[in-house]
Write a protein that binds this ligand. Structure first.
Ligand SMILES: [Zn+2]
Length: 132
């Protein structure tokens, strides 16, 4: 009888442990899932903004930059590899291990090429204003 009681007691306490563990797990997942989502969103935002900071280069520009690097440090390398971000060439890696990634200058956030895209909109706005 006594033994049987203790066994029931043991099973009861084991069940309590399991339920408390399950409760802990569910409360953890309640915290974990939003945290994971936050991390993912933060990472995605970081990836997007960091990718935007890179300025795409043409093959010719990279060649010129590489030649400048070779002149600068007296590098004797014969080869270079392109560094790509979102299928755009943004820099190069020299055979000597030197890496150059073209980033947009912070001060001039609006490249000259964008001015040409803005001005027609401005003229359109101007003409609509005149016709009124
Ligand atoms: Zn080099």
């Amino acid at each position: 009888m006594y033994k049987c009681k203790t066994q029931i007691h043991m099973v009861k306490s084991m069940l309590e442990i399991i339920t408390s563990m399950l409760e802990m797990l569910s409360s953890m997942s309640k915290i974990l899932v939003p945290t994971l989502w936050l991390c993912f969103v933060a990472y995605a935002a970081w990836y997007y903004t960091s990718a935007k900071k890179y300025a795409p280069l043409t093959r010719e520009e990279v060649r010129i930059l590489w030649k400048l690097h070779k002149q600068d440090v007296g590098c004797e390398a014969k080869k270079w590899q392109e560094i790509r971000r979102k299928d755009k060439m943004v820099g190069f890696e020299c055979e000597c291990g030197y890496k150059h990634v073209q980033k947009r200058p912070i001060a001039a956030s609006m490249p000259v090429s964008h001015v040409g895209q803005v001005s027609p909109v401005f003229y359109k706005m101007h003409t609509t204003y005149e016709s009124e």
